[in-house]
Design a binder for this molecule. Sequence first.
Ligand code: UTP
Length: 292
Amino acid sequence: MSFRVQSVVFPVAGLGTRFLPATKVSPKEMLPIVNKPLIQYAVEEALSAGAEKLVFVTSPSKRAIEQHFQTNVELESALSNSGNKKMLTLVQNIVPSSVECVFVQQEVPLGLGHAVLCARAVVGEAPFFVHLADDLIRSDTPCLKQMQQHYARHHSSVLAVEAVPNDRTASYGIVSVEKEPSGVQRIDKIIEKPEPEEAPSNLAVVGRYLLTPAIFEQLEGRGPGAGGEIQLTDGIAGVLRHEPVHALLFEGTRYDCGSRLGYLKATVEYGLHNEEVGARFQKYLKELTKKI
Ligand code: UTP
């Protein structure tokens, strides 16, 4: 059995309706935080966890994501001709050449579960990550790496979770867990977007999943669930009946960049930590807060 998960699936075929009109033409995952699009942060997190295959589930209208990871001959020759070595190196090294990028089409956005199923042939019979780029996580150890470490010890599916306010459960997949003697939290129930009175806890699944191929059997032929979409959560509920699925309370801060407030918070935090502009940005914010 392999101790390292090598494939990461990035479902990026959603409509991004909460961020319209910005996402009318440009995919949500191309929204920048300071100077990098969300999808690039996602890819960097995957690479830091040792990923060797990046699988983007995209839609026919979302060419920008594919283009971001391909060579832009005109841009590179312009940067080369003007002697801008710094930017040339930057655009040439977005993904190391040893890493394979695969683009799979989801013709119609039927839901996250359906998007993951679209990656089946490329992922094959090995465990894999699912990474939702609009959940940006700032942490000392990248979240996927924390999950990789968990997998190396337990060889089971694992979902990154965090506690959310009780009145926010209807925005998430919610789990209830049972603590095993080893300290591991084993999920015994998972429900998509329950109202607070139906939620089994306030532990929400965030956009990081490590799944075994058993998920594909559960997603195949599955109909729509909450919100009329084919839900990954419902597939995971099926997996739970056959094999252990763990919850990992990851270390780090998550920003829901699919929402306007989360996106603004991430922009401020990443701006403050930016090498080039962080100190000046902090000074500006201090002056600004005196006025508000
Ligand atoms: P979201 O529900 O957060 O994204 O799905 P969305 O549907 O694009 O956004 P809103 O709610 O309309 O604003 C989580 C992730 O799953 C992908 C999205 O691109 C996002 O990264 N997704 C969702 C797909 O790839 N296909 C789908 O059919 C649905």
